[in-house]
Design a protein around this ligand. Structure first.
Ligand code: NAD
Length: 518
């Protein structure tokens, strides 16, 4: 029965397209069952309330513990990607503002923070963590409105992890001598921290919490499409009584980030973002004494062996690439399936993506929210077109997309070869590239065959196989029979073009200290 369905489906060859067209979709009518599945199982709307959210019309820079207007006098709009409505104006910091922020951080470092006992620094971090917990519902709604991710994700994953990171590093602040036995850990000074749009608050927590715990002061630059929650975090710092200047936040795009990287009085640059910008930063700090850590892109392989629990594996694949709009550096964007179970996996994947609900990210039943920006949507469309042009076959859910906003339906490619761009480049959208393999050796070779090395997943019934395979995968994180699980105690980071340095866990303290003899 399964093979009959599959052969019927594979006769439906994808329509070739010549140019990338945003919003135009190639929908394969796979089977009658699939087409009607979504309607049958649709739920009544369950929107999260957001009428109590108090957005400011304008968000200023946060320098020296105060909200200040930018020297440039310029502002840019922050858009809700699910509605294309303007949410607020955000200050655009130029080099003069960045200079003020760095000077403020330096003053706070010299006069207050580096002199404070670890247990006192820890108290501030605990206080911040608790206030984040208290405000987590409001922050989750803001995160969803500004970035387009589902409320399920911001409420159940992002915010609990944000608080957990502050709690975790609060605990280390007075225990650095135990983190590095036999060595004395000295703070570096001022850390410039640049973050992307996919986990705005969580990336801020990953950077700020360990830096502060170690006694550094910070200048944070959020991504230009998702700055709002960082400014609400600044209010939390005020409420927690964090001394002025210990954290400064400058908003803006690449030029603002560049001014921070080029500033001569910054001791450390911590960057999370694209590999192309990461390479620019490596050149910019070369020849200086600045320390650098880079958390960059990925093209993770999820490997399903014939002996895996297939339903469980498919569910892991779905949550690893679709539930987050594919906006995760460690998303399992390549699926390697052992040949014997390929038909079953494809059939289950087709059926499952047909049930995914795409739409209002504030609705608690929504599985897939909005793409973060038009630019990102265009990038996804361009890469999908390249897959079609290079001969891969596309299967796409025909779920109805909202008329306004930036959306991409859950999709996967079969007939992908290792040389296709969709097998090598980060799509950063809900699009999966499926390939097959016969032997474990072939799976390892295929999994490692990208410029990236951030993460991977393995699905098998055999513990021995897990240990054999993971030791040969060039990936910083490997999940076995699960995917995308995070915990502040676990280090995270990549190999090759996915960057260097680790965030999270005890390892996450190391980039923010110099170790000397006690
Ligand atoms: P991006 O590199 O375009 O931007 C990231 C940040 O860098 C933004 O704040 C941006 O304003 C800033 N920036 C841009 N140009 C700059 C320059 N010349 N100098 C200094 N700063 C500059 O990336 P993005 O599109 O915002 O984020 C998506 C990327 O981030 C993906 O490639 C994803 O894989 C990666 N990412 C990696 C991790 C990880 O932990 N490895 C986590 C999340 C995202």
């Amino acid at each position: 029965m399964a093979s009959k369905k599959l052969s019927r489906a594979t006769k439906l060859v994808v329509l070739p397209r010549t140019a990338p067209v945003a919003h135009e979709r190639v929908v394969l009518p796979v089977s009658e069952r699939r087409l009607s599945f979504g309607d049958k199982w649709s739920y009544a709307p369950a929107p999260e309330a957001h009428n109590y959210i108090q957005l400011k019309p304008r968000y200023q820079l946060f320098i020296g513990g105060k909200f200040v207007a930018p020297r440039s006098g310029k502002y840019f709009d922050s858009i809700n990607p699910a509605t294309e409505e303007k949410l607020a104006e955000i200050a655009e910091a130029d080099a003069r503002d960045v200079d003020l922020a760095v000077k403020s951080a330096r003053r706070a470092y010299k006069n207050v923070w580096s002199k404070m006992a670890g247990r006192e620094r820890g108290k501030f971090l605990y206080r911040i963590a608790r206030i984040i917990q208290e405000k987590s519902r409001e922050l989750a709604v803001l995160e969803t409105m500004d970035g387009g991710k589902t409320i399920k994700e911001s409420r159940d994953i992002d915010l609990p992890l944000v608080a957990a990171h502050f709690f975790y590093y609060a605990g280390w602040a007075d225990k650095l001598e135990y983190a590095f036995p036999g060595r004395a850990a000295q703070p570096l000074g001022v850390a410039g921290q640049i973050i992307p749009w996919n986990f705005p608050l969580l990336m801020a927590a990953w950077k700020l919490a360990p830096a502060l715990a170690c006694g550094n002061t910070c200048v944070l630059k959020p991504a230009e499409t998702t700055s709002i929650t960082a400014m609400h975090l600044a209010e939390i710092f005020q409420e927690a009584g964090l001394p002025d200047g210990v954290v400064n936040i400058v908003t803006g795009a690449g030029e603002t980030g560049k001014a921070l990287v080029d500033h001569s009085d910054v001791n450390k640059i911590a960057f999370t973002g694209s590999t192309s910008v990461g390479k620019l930063l490596t050149q910019a700090v070369a020849g200086t004494k600045k320390k650098l850590t880079l958390e960059l892109g990925g093209k993770a392989a999820n490997i399903i062996f014939e002996d895996a629990a297939i339903d469980q594996a498919v569910e892991g694949i779905i949550s690893g690439i679709y539930f987050n709009q594919g906006h995760v550096c460690c998303a399992g964007s390549r699926l390697l399936v052992q040949e014997g179970v390929f038909p079953a996996v494809i059939r289950k994947l087709r059926d499952r993506i047909a049930t995914l609900r795409i739409g209002n990210p504030l609705d608690k039943n929504t599985d897939i929210g909005a793409i973060n920006s038009r630019m990102q949507l265009d990038k996804i469309c361009e890469l999908v077109d390249s897959g079609l042009k290079q001969g891969a076959e596309l299967v796409q859910s025909n779920a109805k997309l909202p008329a306004k906003g930036y959306w991409y339906p859950p999709s996967f490619f079969t007939g992908v070869t290792a040389s296709h761009r969709i097998a090598q480049e980060e799509i950063f959208g809900p699009v999966l590239s499926v390939m097959t393999f016969r032997t474990p050796e072939e799976a390892i070779e295929r999994a490692n065959n990208t410029p990236y090395g951030l993460s991977a997943g393995i699905w098998t019934d055999k513990g021995s196989k897990i240990f054999k395979i993971i030791s040969k995968l060039r990936a910083g994180v490997v999940w076995a029979n699960t995917y995308n699980k995070f915990d502040p105690t676990s280090p995270f980071g990549g190999y090759k073009e996915s960057g260097f340095g680790r965030e999270g866990g005890r390892h996450g303290l190391l980039p923010y200290v110099t170790l000397t003899a006690p």
